[in-house]
Design a protein around this ligand. Structure first.
Ligand code: AMP
Ligand code: ZN
Length: 461
């Protein structure tokens, strides 16, 4: 039984999809705003998305999953204040907002591929869905959930039976803590912009029932999820920072549009931290995948690093932890190759037990640290067997390290791998005489073996 923590009910719940007979799961993920390189904090959010997809598939579900790309830009803060991120980037780089969006969308997709992230079936750009957003706003207005000021159409949160179901806040409390000045004409502090009249020199704008205008940033997710997944779908994911405003506003819009909370399960990934604080563009403490590569960490090491904590917990970024992840990745690959090269007899009941433990871990709200402990038990098994290599490949459907390709990529002859495995065993038993003999044998096959902190490394002479 798959259990997921649902922010909406504040409980770990059994996951039952709406279309349980056909085992189809409909998911929506809030995607990136493509105005700069993704930092590794952002990428944690998409590694979580990948983890969820893989666990659902492992459980036999087929997916219809939508992720948006925010290329319209939105006002700097969730609360509709400040400068438009896309426009700011366009000015900074002396490009059009469309050029900015295309460039950073490309770099984002490259990062996604490098991390071997399983991509959603539908990737939807906001600028290609302005018409559906306009229809969506019109219906909200028709249903009586919006009002108009001189320049903006606002969502009227006082029309809802409750605003703040996800974060369990109430509007009165929010008013007390409010520092933000009301925009002229805005009625309630939690009201937010749906549709905004574009000033004369605004670069991104569209003809609409409200003149030349552009959408408020919460709108795209409601309109696009509705278009592709319908009024109510199974799972909505995003970062923790989306809970208090963006996702509350998506829920508000959907209630104004169809009367429904759009998703049954709301899943949120916690933050990657640096020294206990947030990693963010605005704090100037961010790393990209490329920064990590320059320091000698391939992207999959970052994938491994993320498995050291549950997605529901913050994770602290340090280079020591990255070193440990590097060692783990090597251990996994070597362990796989060691099993792949041997044929010891393994009882099926043992394999079954590993499988059960692995499934229980991933189905416990994607508990990857526990799932990995099962992987290490398989690797450590005294008996080496192709059957266990097969099992690791099966687990790799969830882990996503492309173990199968690793074997093919290395192109090291099987005899060399066999000898390396024997040598590893000899070294573990402190039998250095045998270990040296094996090294000479490997050398005679044209390969040189070196002992490093991370284990044996082999190269062609
Ligand atoms: P943005 O492109 O700014 O809209 O952010 C894209 C995603 O990254 C969102 O889901 C955020 O919640 C997430 N995010 C931003 N910073 C971090 C961080 N330090 N750790 C984890 N996720 C983050
Ligand atoms: Zn969203």
């Amino acid at each position: 039984m798959l259990k997921l923590y649902n922010t909406l009910t504040r409980k770990k719940e059994e996951f039952i999809p709406i279309d349980k007979d056909n085992k189809i799961v409909k998911i929506y993920t809030c995607g990136p705003t493509v105005y700069y390189y993704a930092h590794i904090g952002n990428l944690r959010a998409y590694l979580f998305m990948d983890n969820l997809r893989r666990v659902l598939k492992y459980n036999g579900y087929s997916l219809k999953h939508v992720m948006n790309i925010t290329d319209v830009g939105h006002l700097v803060s969730d609360a509709d204040e400040g400068e438009d991120k896309m426009l700011k980037a366009a000015k900074r780089e002396n490009k059009t907002p469309f050029e900015i969006a295309n460039y950073y969308l490309n770099t984002f997709m490259e990062d996604i591929d490098k991390l071997n992230i399983d991509k959603p079936e539908i990737i939807a750009r906001a600028t290609e869905h302005i018409d559906i957003m306009e229809q969506y706003v019109k219906k909200i207005i028709e249903n009586g959930y919006a009002y108009e000021t001189e320049n903006t159409i606002y969502f009227d949160t006082s029309k809802l039976d409750k605003y703040g179901v996800l974060s369990n806040r109430n509007i009165d409390e929010q008013k007390k803590g409010a520092r933000v000045e009301f925009d002229n004409g805005k009625k309630n502090i939690s009201d937010f912009a749906l549709w905004i009249k574009a000033p004369e020199n605004h670069l991104m704008k569209w003809d609409s029932f409200f003149g030349k205008a552009y959408p408020g940033w919460h709108l795209e997710c409601s309109a696009m999820s509705y278009k592709y997944l319908g009024e109510v779908f199974d799972i909505h994911t995003g970062g923790m920072d989306h809970i208090p405003v963006h996702h509350e506003n998506e829920i508000a819009q959907s209630k104004g549009f169809s009367g429904n909370i759009p998703a049954k399960y709301w899943l949120h990934v916690d933050f990657l931290q640096v020294n206990g604080g947030k990693m963010a563009k605005s704090l100037n403490n961010l790393y990209t995948l490329e920064d990590l590569s320059k320091r000698g960490y391939e992207p999959l090491v970052y994938r491994m690093f993320n498995f050291s904590s549950s997605y529901k917990m913050p994770i602290n970024f340090t280079f020591e932890a990255m070193d440990a992840a590097k060692v783990s990745l090597k251990r996994l690959r070597d362990g796989y190759l060691a099993h792949e090269a041997c044929d010891d007899d393994i009882d099926d009941s043992i394999i079954k037990e590993y499988e059960t433990r692995f499934l229980e871990a991933i189905n416990d709200n994607l508990n990857m640290p526990v799932a990995l402990s099962v992987v290490w038990d398989v690797i450590k098994s005294q008996k080496k067997s192709k059957k266990l290599a097969e099992l690791l490949l099966k687990f790799d459907e969830v882990l996503g390290f492309n173990l199968k390709d690793y074997k093919e990529d290395k192109n090291i002859p099987k005899e060399v791998i066999d000898l390396m495995n024997k040598r590893k065993e000899a070294r573990e038993n402190k039998d250095y005489e045998v270990s040296d003999k094996l090294r000479d044998e490997i050398l005679s096959l044209g390969y040189i073996v070196k002992d490093t902190k991370e284990g044996q490394e082999v190269k062609k002479v």
